[in-house]
Structure formats: C-alpha cells, structure tokens
Design a protein around this ligand. Structure first.
Ligand code: HEC
Length: 148
C-alpha cells in the first residue's frame, strides 16, 4: 500500500472517530428519567396549590401540549396507569441532564431566575433554590426514587 492508501485510512479513522465519540460520550452522560421518582415526588407538584396561581393540573388536563390525565372521579391522586401517561407527557417536555433545554423547568420559572420569558399559566417559581423546582431539577438530572 502506498502512502496515499495509508493516508486515506488515517483520514477515514479520524473522521469515523469524530462521528462516533461524541455520540458515545453523550449516551454515557445522559441520565435516564426515573418513573418512581416522577410518580412520588414530581407529580404531586402538578396538583399542589401555589399562592396566586391556579394549579398546573387545572390548565394542563384540558387540551394543552403538556397534557396531564384527568383524575378519576373522587380521586386526589393519579393511579399507576395514569401516572405512566403523565410520565410520558412530561418526558416530552424535558431533555435529560439539561434543565435549560427542558420547557417543564423553564416555563414556570421567572426569567430573572433563569426561566424563559413567558408562560401564560404564570411563573410559579422565582428561584432555582425553590424546593419544588429543585424536585423537577433532580428528576431531570436522573435522580432515582430508591436512592433517596
Ligand atoms: C392558568 C392556566 C395554566 C396554569 C395554572 C399552568 N399552565 Fe402551563 N401553560 C398554560 C398554557 C395556556 C400554555 C400554552 C401557552 C404558553 O406556552 O404560555 C402552557 C404551557 C406550558 C408548557 C409548555 C408546553 C405546552 O403545553 O404548551 C409547560 C411545560 C407548562 N405550561 C408547564 C406548567 C407547569 C409545570 C405548571 C404548574 C407549575 C403550569 N404550566 C401551570 C396554562 C397554564
């Protein structure tokens, strides 16, 4: 093989490497979203009353993109099957490991605290150290229910 052939191989390996390694690095770094943590810690936030605001559930169980399940008549919490569907709905609005790219976190957070400019449902949290917002952030970071 001539020098050109070796060069071609070197270039090929370098190019292939450039394509493969970021993807691998990302799959290692990307945390997975835990269902139990969502069900027991995150979901109750959507039913909680925040002073000066309607509950997330009131608006987000009726036709918005972020679509929570309707509670069964008389129920004060979601059952397992409903929780699974809520999990899927919430999952579509977050990027694991990246809260800033997660609309579920930026939409209800004030712009001053790092949130996005506008949410017609109001800015429910005005600090990243708010304990409720922290729960959302932990979930997106991949916090598992069992490890707490
Ligand atoms: C008063 C009604 C209302 C309340 C309460 C409310 N939202 Fe919203 N939310 C909306 C509407 C309407 C939109 C779509 C328009 C927009 O983006 O502002 C929206 C948009 C969103 C979106 C973007 C996806 C989408 O459905 O368009 C997210 C995420 C979100 N809200 C999360 C929340 C969370 C979390 C809470 C509770 C902390 C909450 N919202 C409370 C009305 C509400």
């Amino acid at each position: 093989m001539g020098i050109a052939g070796i060069r071609a191989i070197v270039v090929f390996v370098a190019v292939a490497g450039a394509f493969v390694s970021p993807a691998q690095a990302q799959s290692k770094a990307t945390p997975s979203l835990d269902f139990e943590f969502f069900k027991t810690r995150v979901q109750p936030l959507f039913l909680a009353k925040h002073p000066g605001h309607a509950r997330c559930y009131v608006c987000h169980s009726t036709g918005t993109t972020f679509r929570l399940e309707r509670l069964s008549p008389g129920a004060t919490a979601w059952n397992d099957e409903q929780s699974r569907r809520n999990f899927e709905a919430a999952q579509r609005l977050v990027v694991p490991g990246d809260w800033q790219a997660s609309r579920l976190l930026t939409h209800p957070l004030t712009p001053e605290a790092g949130g996005d400019p506008f949410h017609s449902g109001g800015k429910h949290w005005d600090s990243q150290s708010n304990p409720e917002w922290q729960i959302l952030a932990e979930w997106v970071r991949g916090q598992k229910a069992a490890s707490r």
